[in-house]
Design a protein around this ligand. Structure first.
Ligand code: SIN
Length: 277
């Protein structure tokens, strides 16, 4: 297995390994080590179907919970991230986020498998949250340590949210629900449970407030942090290729989708990797 770092704040390309096959414990350990080191891995030239995607996800730690998405037929843990060539609804997942950070046990990681890749555009961007934290002046870090963020899916998946009742003409099978109104607290700055590195966890969007802080103070702070967390120097750009599987560490990076493929279809199959017990 060869691992070539992107040269950006995070991300690496992996070749010389067939991850569609049953993986040995030794290979899983090598992949997990590379994943923890680089936070985002892109496996090139794979021949994976949905069964292989499920096998790989189980080997990496098992399935996480996936609310608000209807799974694809026959695979209860796979969701299709899809956009038809003539679709005009706003892009899915265009804001920076960490997947399902509003859950009590957010997923450790996400796997995204190329199914139908447009000839241009549709890159996925990743922002390394360890680098973003470590680059802050010590005095600013001291001010932010100990804050607790309030997370919720309400602005995205509640009936009145972005993907709620008013969201028409979307080919993705999203199921908005009142359960999206729930709130869940997590430390704003978290210690990665496997590497011990400190970093921001999630961002404004799924974070809707700070415990004990008036909204008039919390929102400007969260907006300021969002701008810092997603600065160009922390960002890795992943351009998709047919046969590519990308996995990322939600405990260490934010990500977002990009457009630029109008008139072309795009489909990727997604699983989440459960938090480690
Ligand atoms: C996602 O956030 O799961 C989708 C990212 C993408 O479509 O590039």
């Amino acid at each position: 297995m060869r691992v070539e770092p992107s040269g950006e704040a995070c991300g690496a390309v992996v070749t010389g390994v067939d991850i569609a096959e049953e993986l040995t414990a030794d290979l899983v350990a090598q992949i997990r080590a590379a994943w923890l080191e680089h936070r985002v891995l892109a496996f090139r030239d794979q021949a994976m179907d949905d069964d292989a995607l499920e096998r790989f996800t189980i080997a990496m730690g098992g399935f996480g919970e996936d609310p608000f998405f209807a799974p694809i037929e026959g695979h209860s843990h796979i969701a299709a991230i899809r956009r038809e060539a003539d679709e005009t609804s706003p892009l899915f997942a265009e804001n920076w986020h960490s997947d399902w950070s509003f859950l009590a046990q957010p997923p450790a990681g996400t796997c995204l498998l190329a199914v139908d890749i447009p000839p241009v555009g549709g890159d996925t961007l990743f922002a390394d949250q360890h680098s973003a934290w470590e680059a802050l002046p010590a005095e600013r870090r001291r001010q932010l340590e100990g804050l607790t963020a309030i997370h919720s899916a309400r602005y995205a998946y509640a009936p009145k949210g972005t993907y709620g009742e008013g969201d028409k003409g979307r080919s993705m099978d999203i199921r908005p629900s009142e359960t999206a109104m729930a709130m869940q607290s997590h430390p704003l700055i978290a210690t990665h449970p496997e590497t011990g590195r400190r970093g921001f966890f999630s961002a404004l969007g799924y974070i809707i407030g700070i415990e004990g802080m008036p909204e008039d103070d919390a929102m400007p702070l969260l907006r300021e942090l969002y701008a810092w967390q997603t600065r160009d120097e922390f960002v890795h750009r992943r351009t998709w290729e047919p046969g590519m599987l990308v996995i990322w560490d939600n405990r260490a990076v934010l990500h977002r989708a990009t457009g630029g493929y109008e008139g072309h279809r795009r489909e990727l199959h997604r699983t989440t990797i459960a938090a480690q017990a």
